[in-house]
Design a protein around this ligand. Structure first.
Ligand code: ZN
Ligand code: ZN
Length: 107
């Protein structure tokens, strides 16, 4: 249920577009905030938009009428997004980033 509502919120098209526009303005590319995965670099520029937009605040922490701010959203690749939601208490984007770096350094 929560996941369902969560997803619906993440599909707020206008906000998602603003988030992506902001990232493009700041970084020039859309890439995963945890692992740096860049869809257009790997699959071609026409699939840039498939990056996931994750809402970092669990629903139960929101008050009715709370407005989602751009800062509450994170751009994630599908893998990292799944990892965030793999625990009952969501991992933060920073935690997923740390895990990714730690595992990478081991390899
Ligand atoms: Zn990622
Ligand atoms: Zn999410």
């Amino acid at each position: 249920m929560l996941t369902h509502v969560h997803r619906v919120r993440e599909r707020d098209k206008k906000l998602v577009k603003r988030k992506k526009d902001e990232a493009l303005k700041n970084h020039g590319v859309l890439q995963c905030e945890a692992c740096g995965f860049n869809f257009s670099k790997t699959y071609g520029p026409d699939v840039d938009g498939v990056i996931d937009v994750h809402h970092t605040k669990p629903l139960h922490t929101l008050q009715p009428g709370d407005k989602t701010k751009l800062a509450d959203l994170a751009l994630l690749c599908a893998n990292c997004h799944r990892v965030v939601h793999s625990r009952r208490k969501w991992l933060s984007v920073a935690e997923v980033k740390d895990r990714y770096q730690a595992a990478k350094n081991k390899a």
